[in-house]
Design a binder for this molecule. Structure first.
Ligand SMILES: [Zn+2]
Length: 426
């Protein structure tokens, strides 16, 4: 018995809906009756926390009929091409990025936020980015002081005398295979009031390869201001949601409205370590950014279309779940016709809803209109019985086992499915 059979069976290509027969009578050849069913557990059954203590002779195991009904309904859906009763058609999956074009991104400093909503409305993007090995950075700014958004005037301290840190100078920098401009390992940095202003960006070290050095991104400050599209901020908020740091209440200003920049005592940060060494502090990915915070922005001259906190970050999928199961915009709006979206109209039900019942849970109904259809089947409680003498109820004894951690189901993940027939045909 499976709670979600769509992990290994394809979705129905077409759901046929019709007027259900109703509950008025058993005319037209209708039948009524019941089955006694013996269920056998194929795997261990997880008892609730307040179940029988392990090892003690317990009571007769009783499982509510509604628990079984949901699972039987799922199997019925698969067998007769019913709708997906429990389904969030708006869900837009967010995935971890696997590859990135470094040249498409610029480091930027947040220069303006909306005082009411906290949305980032403008940034100043850096005109160059140089990746500097952690040890080289630590010679001018130690791990205690290094943080995202920290600014320094820097020169390349080359003999015979310090020179401007120019990213285009081949004696100072080189390009790596990923297209990043890196400071050469033999170049020493020097803090100098005559140098240009650079801003550092520190990000989480967990996802980085442990056999390579940690490089800190440094951006050369420019005064160029770019507006941020409102849509870019919304997507950033959505993509931040899966982060372990958040979501948090507004952190870009204090409760008194004072801006929280990277030097403010309330700046939300996390310590970054790499190979057991302290790197510095990164800004928490709590879904907010304050003036002075660093962020990666899509490179270009027009308004910023995307914001992210790390080069390899998260990316929102472009098709909501409804589109992934083949529903048209009209079906999302008005209710399904032939797609597997959950039935909403009690006079237009799939074969599974016509038997197991239907409830409009989408919240789209007008004026609390009643849009449910009662089930034709009821499941009584399951009680544990003797395997040989099925009339005799017996008590069960439980044992304690360590449970593997449960992850979040990822229905949008390709390897979830053995067959892709009928899915994502476009
Ligand atoms: Zn249905």
């Amino acid at each position: 018995m499976f709670v979600n059979p769509y992990t290994f069976v394809p979705l129905p290509e077409r759901v046929k809906r019709d007027l259900p027969r109703g509950h008025l009578s058993l005319t037209d050849g209708g039948l009524s009756g019941w089955f006694d069913v013996v269920w056998r557990f194929d795997s261990d059954y997880l008892l609730p926390q307040d179940g029988t203590p392990p090892g003690e002779t317990g009571a007769v195991l009783e499982i509510r009929g509604s628990t079984v009904k949901g699972a039987v309904r799922a199997v019925h859906e698969v067998l007769v091409d019913g709708c997906l009763r429990v389904f969030d058609d708006d869900a837009l999956p967010v995935h971890r990025e696997t590859a990135v074009q470094h040249s498409a991104w610029a480091l930027a400093v947040v220069s303006e936020i909306d005082q009411v909503t906290g949305a980032v409305t403008a940034v100043q993007d850096c005109d160059a980015v140089v990746w500097i090995e952690m040890a080289q950075v630590h010679r001018v700014v130690g791990p205690d002081a290094l943080r995202s958004g920290g600014r320094l005037r820097l020169l390349a301290g080359l003999p015979p005398g310090p020179a401007t840190l120019s990213p285009a100078d081949p004696t100072l920098t080189e390009k790596d295979r990923g297209g990043r401009v890196r400071l050469r390992g033999d170049v020493e940095l020097a803090m100098d009031p005559d140098g240009e202003e650079w801003v550092f960006h520190v990000s989480d070290g967990h996802a980085r390869r442990k056999d390579r050095p940690y490089y800190v991104a440094a951006g050369r400050r420019s005064q160029r201001v770019r507006q941020v599209e409102p849509g870019a901020w919304e997507v950033f908020r959505r993509e931040s949601r899966g982060s372990g740091d958040g979501p948090a209440k507004q952190t870009s200003v204090t409760s008194h409205g004072t801006p929280v920049d990277p030097t403010h005592p309330s700046w939300p940060y996390a310590d970054v370590e790499f190979r057991k060494q302290s790197v510095g502090r990164r800004r928490c990915a709590d879904g907010w950014l304050g003036v002075g915070d660093t962020v990666w922005v899509s490179r270009g001259s027009g308004p910023v279309r995307r914001l992210k906190l790390a080069m390899l970050w998260r990316a929102q999928g472009s098709h909501p779940a409804a589109r992934r199961v083949g529903a048209s915009d009209e079906e999302v709006d008005k209710g399904p016709s032939s797609s597997p979206l959950p039935c909403v109209d009690p006079e237009w039900l799939c074969p599974t809803c016509a038997v197991f019942g239907s409830a409009d849970t989408g919240g789209k109904r007008r004026k609390a209109e009643q849009r449910s259809y009662g089930a034709h089947v009821r499941f009584g409680a399951l009680r544990s019985v003797d395997p040989d003498e099925r009339e005799a109820e017996v008590a069960v004894t439980s044992t304690e086992v360590p449970l593997p951690p449960l992850g979040t189901p990822r229905p949008s993940s390709g390897m979830f499915y053995l067959s892709h027939a009928g899915i994502n045909v476009d």
